[in-house]
Design a protein around this ligand. Structure first.
Ligand code: PLP
Length: 446
């Protein structure tokens, strides 16, 4: 490795507290990024097949966003939340319009996904006067105290040691894994999952539940697409029992699945939408909470007891306006639908030919391959929560060949920047194909 790269790694290993890891482990130093690629200090190129953490939706070094950030930095990099500023006002209006100005009215800005969910939970509790928050086991909503409690996967365990009250988890459908769905149709899956949820709501006291918080489509836990009618059924339960529906669009939002927000694929409207990541393509940290007209009105009568020094940060909002303009002007929705169809077809082909791939799931450019030891029995590579060395080895092999992505448990997620061309996609899927052949030979008995 170059001397400069080695120095960056050494100081990182010595001084940085690395998230979700034991300290001092190996780390790749990255020097520059452009389009769908980034380069390390030895000028080795990597295709960013996950848009980093599913946030660099417009790829790297987008000139329009950079220009907007630079201009804003020269005029006024930051103004405190108690003042109005052009970028904040314009971005709030644009977001309300994107969600639907007939239903939504206002936006509270935060600095990221976890903070957005924290504030959405707080708002739901205030508006309903209830405390309990239902969220799914197959979910991730962030790592701050409340968002971590709401998260369903094991990343909540460390936060739970300190405690926060009122969080209840339920099983959201996982068609590939729910025992009762083997050979059963989607409608049956939906019916059973909703009946269980309703039963659980009764056992927790329906009049104590402020909100059901869900990812519109589960992301980090493996792009789990809900069966037909399920999300609409959750909405109906919320309506029956006066519960607010919060949909987390932090990962799935901003055209990832071919629509501005992923919930727009369903026949429903959430009361609260949380967002982050793709709103600026990740260039400046920004998140927020979009609320319905009814909730907006509640806070014209009541003080909103939420605040952050950087709420509506000027530079971040300028980046957000530029990103939203870019999505629209470059017809990213249509592009995602077109290239997404190729991704879906190719991943299905990989699932058909590779013994290690149990299932391919894809919608737009949001996709995952679920890896198994045995396709017939659907035996996972590693049991839930168990230390898994195979997935890191596969990701390492991909990275060696210039394909960078992320995955958890038994899933490899493929979520490239939404500007990827069909040719770039096919070139990189060929690398994935090769690595899966390597993995078949190494891990699966013939
Ligand atoms: N919600 C979802 C669905 C996410 O995927 C994430 C992060 O990946 C978060 C919330 C947390 O966002 P942040 O890391 O910006 O706090």
């Amino acid at each position: 490795m170059s001397i400069e790269g080695a120095e960056v790694v050494k100081e990182h290993q010595e001084y940085v507290l690395q998230p979700w890891a034991k300290q001092g482990g190996p780390v790749l130093p990255i020097k520059r990024a452009e389009g769908i690629y980034f380069w390390d200090y030895d000028d080795k190129r990597y295709a960013d097949m996950s848009s980093l953490l599913v946030c660099a939706n417009l790829g790297h070094s987008n000139p329009d966003i950079i220009e907007a950030i630079c201009q804003q930095a020269h005029t006024m990099p930051f103004m405190a939340p108690d003042f109005a500023s052009g970028p904040k006002s314009y971005l709030a209006k644009k977001l309300v319009e994107l969600a639907g100005a007939d239903t939504y009215s206002r936006v509270f800005f935060t600095c990221g996904g976890a903070e957005s969910n924290e504030n959405a939970i707080k708002i739901a509790r205030l508006v309903t006067g209830r405390t309990k928050v239902f969220s799914a086991y197959l979910s991730y909503h962030g790592a701050t105290l409340g968002a971590a409690h709401a998260s369903g996967d094991w990343r909540r365990f460390a936060a739970e040691a300190g405690g926060a009250s009122g969080f209840v988890h339920f099983f959201n459908p996982y068609p590939y894994r729910d025992g009762y769905t083997y050979g059963v149709d989607e409608e049956e899956e939906t019916k059973k999952a909703l009946a269980q949820l309703e039963r659980q709501l009764h056992f927790e006291g329906t009049d104590r539940v402020a909100a059901i918080l869900m990812e519109s489509i589960v992301g980090a836990n493996g792009v789990i697409i809900p069966p037909k009618g399920y999300m609409e059924g959750v909405r109906a339960l919320c309506d029956t029992y006066g519960i607010l529906l919060i949909l987390d669009e932090v990962m799935a939002g901003f055209y990832r699945t071919g629509k501005p927000f992923t919930w727009q694929h369903f026949d429903l409207k959430p009361d609260i939408i949380t967002f982050a990541k793709g709103v600026t393509s990740g260039y400046v940290p920004l998140g927020g909470v979009i609320v319905s007209k009814a909730i907006g009105e509640y806070f014209t009568e009541h003080v909103l007891p939420c605040g952050l020094t950087y709420s509506g940060h000027t530079l971040a909002c300028a980046a957000g306006v530029a990103a939203l303009n870019y999505y629209e002007q470059h017809h990213i929705a249509e592009h995602v639908q077109k290239v997404g169809a190729v991704l879906k077809q190719e991943l299905q082909r990989l699932a058909d030919v590779h013994p290690i791939v149990g299932e391919a799931r894809a919608i737009g450019l949001f996709s995952s391959l679920e890896l198994v030891k045995d396709k017939k029995t659907r035996t996972p590579l590693a049991a839930y929560g168990e230390a898994n060395t195979i997935l890191p080895a596969i990701k390492g092999e991909l990275r060696k060949r210039g394909f960078s992505t992320f995955g958890r448990e038994n899933n490899i997620n493929i979520c490239p920047p939404l500007i990827i061309t069909e040719e770039e996609l096919r070139t990189n899927l060929a690398i994935l194909d090769d690595v899966l052949t390597w993995a078949d030979q190494k891990y699966i008995q013939a």
